[in-house]
Design a protein around this ligand. Structure first.
Ligand code: CMC
Length: 391
């Protein structure tokens, strides 16, 4: 081997070549397959973006119809999965449940592991795109004690997500176009973000030729943490805490700056964006719009805006180039939609699913080698073994 360069957190290590997402952190630019995130959020729907990310081009009408139909043909989940879901305590965090159920799917659809042809790969991809929202909806419904059901083939992908999550057994579910629109936008904004922690996890797990579903389950676990996708839950909990504390934003600013306090301002800072997070800009505007359209006056939004204003003017945050990130305002929209805080990171996973799939597929099609970083050993040199009596 050659010289090993140490780079904790892989801050300056490229792990692959990729043609999926372009990110310029200095200038706040994000593009999927060459299309700007602003334009996609405005003009495309989530399923089109999923197709674009995975297959590289915006679909024609026929391609999109086929994709949608293929996904719908796989929307049934084996009934035995319900038994597994039943075995979880009601208090289980949905991210752990989903990671487990996604892994468990492999046992019920073992052919999904065999992806030696592009056709087999396609089948696994449409399968998981179909079943994952069902698992998400079931996880939420179980918490609410609602019967588990399936989607409606006449609805769009995003409409189905909302209906599967919220339909009450006693009445028809009426789609609210404001919510459909907002969710569509949120999912698009979360759909890919090049080699972030969860995506790198999916690629590295998949690089051993473990199947797609278990590779995704690894990604879900990585996303769960509060420094990554879990930040959206953490943001809302933080805003709630500030509210309960009489709206004292200054106190939390001081805590965030105090190097003896582990507290960080959740929803602030990003490994790559050092100017602004273009997704946060779009989401901030969307949060205003959704709350306005729904006629909701949420004091949490005012606290968020106040906090952001203070941070953006504070030398600590300016010097470290810390700006509101994608998760800072997303929870406010999810809350307005009636999604419980514990499900926020699950919504991130729903959005990130096509990105993970696209990155996994690219990795397999490029025949990338197994991911295997090196280390600099800093432990003991050779020692003599001592029997237990002598230790
Ligand atoms: N609050 C207070 N200080 C912070 C924060 C924050 N949110 N973020 C970074 N810093 C400070 C950090 O203490 C360090 O200061 P110093 O140079 O004095 O030691 C400096 O800024 C650089 O931080 P870092 O931890 O070296 O930066 P990183 O690139 O390793 O971490 C991050 C990036 C996103 C993990 C971090 O900014 C963070 O923990 N943010 C809060 C959690 C969060 O919002 N995560 C969501 C990220 S966006 C969605 C996603 O992609 O998952």
């Amino acid at each position: 081997g050659g010289v090993i360069t140490l780079d904790p957190g892989y801050k300056n290590t490229g792990s692959c070549e990729s043609a999926i997402t372009f990110l310029d952190g200095e200038n706040g630019v994000l593009r999927y397959r060459g299309y700007s995130i602003e334009e996609l959020a405005e003009k495309a729907d989530f399923l089109e973006v999923a197709y674009l990310l995975i297959f590289g081009e915006l679909p024609t009408k026929e391609q999109l119809d086929k994709f949608d139909k293929d996904i719908k043909s796989h929307s049934v989940v084996d009934d035995d999965i319900k038994k597994i879901l039943d075995a979880f305590p009601k208090s289980a965090h949905p991210m752990g449940v989903l990671s487990s159920l996604t892994s468990a799917l492999t046992a019920f659809y073992p052919t999904s592991v065999d992806v030696t042809s592009e056709e087999q790969m396609y089948n696994s991809i449409v399968r998981i795109l179909a079943k994952f929202p069902v698992l998400v909806a079931w996880t939420l419904r179980k918490k609410h004690g609602l019967p588990l059901d399936y989607g409606d083939n006449k609805l769009s992908y995003v409409e189905n997500i909302l209906k599967m999550m919220f339909k009450s057994p006693s009445s028809d579910y009426e789609q609210n176009p404001i919510l459909v629109n907002a969710l569509d936008k949120l999912l698009i904004l979360h759909a890919d973000h090049e080699q972030n922690c969860s995506t790198s996890t999916v690629r590295i797990a998949g690089s051993s030729h473990a199947g797609l579903f278990v590779s995704l389950a690894s990604g879900i676990s990585a996303l769960w943490g509060p420094l990554h996708g879990g930040a959206n839950q953490a943001v809302l909990e933080m805003l709630e805490a500030i509210k309960a504390d009489g709206g004292d934003t200054k106190k939390y600013m001081a805590k965030a700056k105090d190097k003896n306090d582990p507290f960080r301002l959740m929803g602030f800072g990003h490994r790559v964006y050092k100017n602004f997070d273009p997704r946060a800009k779009i989401i901030k505007a969307a949060a205003d719009e959704v709350l306005n359209d729904l006629g909701i006056d949420d004091p949490i939004l005012d606290i968020a805006k106040g906090l952001a204003k203070e941070a953006l003017e504070d030398p600590y945050f300016i010097d470290r180039k810390l700006y509101p990130n994608v998760d800072f305002y997303s929870g406010i929209i999810y809350r307005a939609m009636g999604i419980p805080v514990e499900m926020f990171t699950v919504m991130f996973a729903l959005g990130r699913l096509p990105g993970w799939i696209a990155q996994w597929r690219e990795m397999r099609l490029r025949n990338e080698p197994i991911g295997r970083p090196r280390q600099l050993y800093i432990g003991e040199t050779l020692r003599e073994f001592k029997t237990i009596e002598k230790r």
